[in-house]
Structure formats: C-alpha cells, structure tokens
Design a protein around this ligand. Structure first.
Ligand code: PEP
Length: 251
C-alpha cells in the first residue's frame, strides 16, 4: 500500500494566538493512523511554536520553502539544516506561488529539491499548469517539464520517498475545482512518466492533489486510484475542515 499524506499549507497566515487554538483543535481531532500521515507546513517564524506543540504526537510539520544553498551570505534565506533544527519532516518545494510570484524557475526548484534531500527532509514537489496552459492543451507538457527538471538534476533515485503534488494553478485558492477525473488523469500521467524510469518507484510514490480541497469535495477526490492524499491551503486553517479532509483521505 502506498503512503498517504494530507499536508496543510498555512501560507502566510497565523499568529501565536491563532496557531495555538488551531493546533489544540488538530491535536484533539486527529489520532495517529497507520493509513495516513498528517502534516502542517507553517511560516518559518512559527516552527518553534509548532514543534513544541506537536512533538511526540500524531501530526508532523514542515516548512513552505527552503534555500537551495546550505549556508552562507544569503540574506533572508532559510537552510535545510535550520529546518531540521526545528524538527521539520517536510518542506514544500516549487509551490506555484513561489514559481509565479518569486520567479522560481524549474532549475531553482530542482536545486531546492536537492537541498531538501541533502539534509533528509521530505520534499513535497508541486507541479501544475495555469488555466491558459490547460485551455491550450498543454497540461502534460507543463507538468512533464516540471517533473523532468527535477529528474534531470537529481536523478530518479532521489525521488524515492519524496512526495509529489499536482496543483493546477487555476484551482488554488479560487474555489474552482478540478474534477476528480481531471485530477486522476494528470496523476496517472505523472506516475506513468516516472514509471518509464523506475516502475517500482512510480508505483510507490505518493502523489497529492491540491487546489481548493474542501470537506465537500475531498471524498470524491481522495477516492481516485492515483490520488494519495491532499495538499490543502485555505481549508487547513479551519480545524474541523482539515480534520474532515483527513478523514476522507484515510482509506
Ligand atoms: C495550496 O496552497 O497549495 C492550495 C492548494 O491552496 P487551496 O487549498 O486554498 O486552494
């Protein structure tokens, strides 16, 4: 059975006060499961708070970005070793907001993926097309190019144990849903593309879906055969919604 994961992406939301309430509610609502891993990916300043609150419990944690460099004169950047110091297990790499708003190209995303692997963090590699690209029939070209960039830089073996996330840009934070079949088609494409290099790895890797996942649409999305969980933005800030999405993914 493939590993399954639901990860919350808090984005640039939260405060010490609000986080404490959210974490308390998540701890009360999520029991350890051998079928599903839960994680929250939080803003850097809150990693200390989150690690103290979640240590030894059922919920893992991580960051939303990582420097491609290990150390040095890179003002404002945060290294993989620093994330490890705070007990992070996961780091999101190549989120479309990083790609789009901060001009992270495929090469930099691949370098960040490698930086995560160097320190033993599990990267959650995000890939996805814009609406214009989908309308032009370019979804597979775009997602394939994003995946190939990491494969070329890191090699297929580096993807073992990593997590992939298909996140169509047009469905992120928009309330606009990709249909379960649209999601399944892209996930199957990603798995087949990896399978050309390593069938075993392709069969085992977790591929999450992200893009306006809510309690109402999670059961159908999480039931698709190549969907192994979710990367959840807005709904991860509402404890009861995140808990309901986890319940849908725990199959
Ligand atoms: C995300 O931030 O990765 C995301 C999928 O956001 P939302 O669930 O709000 O669309």
């Amino acid at each position: 059975m493939r590993a399954r994961l639901v990860a919350g992406n808090w984005k640039m939301h939260g405060s010490l006060h609000d986080n404490a309430r959210l974490l308390d509610a998540l701890k009360a609502g999520l029991e350890r499961s051998d079928k599903l891993t839960y994680a929250v990916c939080v803003p850097f300043p809150y990693l200390g708070q989150v690690s103290a609150a979640l240590a030894g419990g059922a919920i893992a944690w991580g960051a939303q970005d990582i420097s491609e460099h290990d150390a040095g004169a890179y003002t404002g950047e945060v290294s993989g070793a620093m994330l490890k110091d705070f007990g992070c297990r996961f780091v999101i790499v190549g989120h479309s907001e990083r790609r789009g708003l901060y001009a992270e190209d495929d090469g930099r995303v691949a370098a960040k993926f490698l930086a995560a692997r160097r320190v033993g963090l599990t990267p959650i590699l995000c890939m996805g097309e814009t609406l214009e690209q989908r309308d032009r029939g370019e979804t597979q070209n775009v997602v394939g190019r994003q995946l190939d960039a990491v494969l070329a830089a890191a090699g297929i073996a580096a993807l073992a144990g990593a997590v992939l996330a298909y996140e169509p840009v047009w469905a992120i934070g928009t309330g606009r849903n990709a249909t379960p079949q649209q999601v399944q088609d892209v996930h199957a494409f990603i798995r087949a593309r990896l399978g050309a290099s390593d069938r075993g790895l392709a069969g085992n890797i977790a591929i999450l879906y992200g893009g306006s996942v809510k309690p109402g649409n999670a059961p159908e999305l999480m039931a698709m055969p190549d969907v192994d969980g979710g990367l959840v933005g807005g709904a991860s800030l509402v404890a009861k919604d995140f808990i309901a999405i986890c319940a849908a993914a725990r199959r």
